[in-house]
Write a protein that binds this ligand. Structure first.
Ligand code: NAD
Length: 403
């Protein structure tokens, strides 16, 4: 989403939160935009860190490596992080980073140089109490490890809470690898209970870290996964797919469509297939005004970021389809990142069970708060989530006497 759209969106939602003009201006203005040019092997790469809002705690947000990264995009993503940390009640603000680079064109040594250069450029504004980065598109735990090492070298002390999404050996948290999907499972289970959904037939678009893990976790819980897909296409079986076999197929043949015992379908057909729960877990803007009225699911759980266009969202809301928005549904990742930061600061290492229990509590509590706001008034579940988040951010700003 462009930053112009963020501003339009804020103005639209402002009356529901009783925001003054001054408050809207504050919420649409990033605190700081840091820019640098990183040089690796003579080539220059534009790099950004946007610190959007820290009224509720240190800035928090990933670093993205992608050829299309721009200042405008990083600014929008930093705004969404401010909202996301507020939705789940984490004592953190919102930030985001990015480098305009195609990481597939760099060898490992160059990638490490670029990552260390990123820290070198911005480290004075980063840190456990200032701004805590994490992985995002095309950045990995290994990259977080290099960045931590560079930061510690520059500040001359150990500081594991500087960055999250690290390898376990460097202070990463257990469960981080499945946190996004697991958070989604907890939210889904609450929604299923609330609307009394009996039949649990699930279709999942995307079979990567988010979608593939989600399929596995839901299958273990007895949900019937009737359709899954990846970039090559999808597969459907009304009686339910054998997810372990689909995983083996994906691992050995590179795509789910090689799974022999199902009907091949397109990614578009998957969205409209006969299911009760639809989980877009790949691309943005796949549910549009063209297909929203054909969707059969009663619940849409947005594991991907921004899979539903605003027009489609209105259609689904009118049709009483419960859309569990990305800012809640995929917030399990940032929540366990927060747990990693807490463990590092307290010099603790929590067990898998402990992390899962805490994640469940956080996700259920966020869901319940939004459900209350949703039940109280005439607004969609997504709008309720935004209203709640903006209220929390603005309450913190007011307590600081900033407005
Ligand atoms: P990933 O790269 O691991 O997987 C992406 C999947 O989408 C792959 O299976 C790929 O084949 C599939 N895909 C690509 N193009 C497709 C197309 N045209 N149609 C259908 N499928 C297609 O990525 P991921 O980490 O699983 O992220 C997926 C989404 O979830 C993104 O929107 C991401 O922003 C969001 N998300 C992920 C996390 C996380 O922790 N992994 C956290 C928050 C949000």
């Amino acid at each position: 989403m462009t930053f112009t759209n963020v501003v339009t969106f804020l103005k639209k939602i402002a009356p529901l939160v009783d925001l003054t003009k001054k408050e809207i201006a504050l919420l649409q203005t990033p605190d700081r935009i840091l820019k640098a040019e990183l040089t690796v092997n003579g080539k220059k790469y534009p790099a950004y860190r946007v610190q959007f809002n820290n009224a509720r705690g240190p800035y928090k947000g990933g670093i993205r490596y992608h050829p299309e990264v721009s200042e405008d995009e990083v600014k929008s993503l930093a705004f969404w992080m401010t909202i996301k940390t507020a939705v789940t009640d984490l004592p953190l603000g919102g930030g985001k980073g990015g480098v305009t680079v195609d990481p597939k064109r760099l060898n490992k040594k160059e990638l490490e140089e670029l990552s260390r250069a990123y820290v070198g450029a911005f480290y004075k504004n980063l840190g456990p109490d200032q701004d805590v980065p994490a992985p995002d598109v095309y950045t990995t735990p290994e990259i977080m490890g290099w960045m931590l090492d560079e930061y510690e070298k520059l500040v001359g002390k150990k500081a594991p809470a500087f960055i999250t999404g690290k390898p376990l050996e460097l202070g990463g948290s257990k469960v981080r690898d499945i946190a996004t999907a697991l958070g989604g499972v907890y939210v889904l289970e609450e929604a299923v209970k609330k609307i009394g959904l009996k039949e649990k037939k699930v279709a999942i678009q995307g079979f990567g870290n988010a979608g593939g893990t989600m399929a596995e976790l839901l299958a273990e819980k007895g949900y019937s996964i009737v359709a899954v897909s990846d970039s090559k296409g999808g597969i459907y079986d009304a009686k339910g797919l054998d997810i372990q076999e689909v995983i083996r197929t994906k691992e050995s043949k590179g795509t789910v469509i090689e799974y022999a015992k199902a009907t091949k379908i397109s990614n578009e057909e998957l969205l409209e297939c006969n299911c009760n729960i639809l989980i877009p877990s790949a691309l943005s803007e796949v549910i549009t005004k063209e297909n929203a009225h054909k969707i059969k699911a009663k619940i849409v759980l947005e594991l991907a970021n921004g899979p539903t266009t605003p027009e489609a969202d209105e259609i689904l809301s009118t049709r009483k389809v419960l859309v569990l928005p990305d800012i809640l549904a995929n917030a399990g990742g940032v929540t366990v990142s927060y747990f990693e930061w807490v463990q590092n600061r307290k010099k603790e290492s929590w067990s898998e069970q402990e992390v899962k229990k805490k994640l469940q509590e956080k996700m259920i509590s966020a869901f319940e708060q939004i459900w209350k706001e949703f039940s109280d008034g005439n607004k969609s579940f997504r709008t309720a989530a935004y209203v709640l988040a903006l209220k929390k951010i603005i309450a913190a700003e007011r307590k600081r006497n900033k407005i």
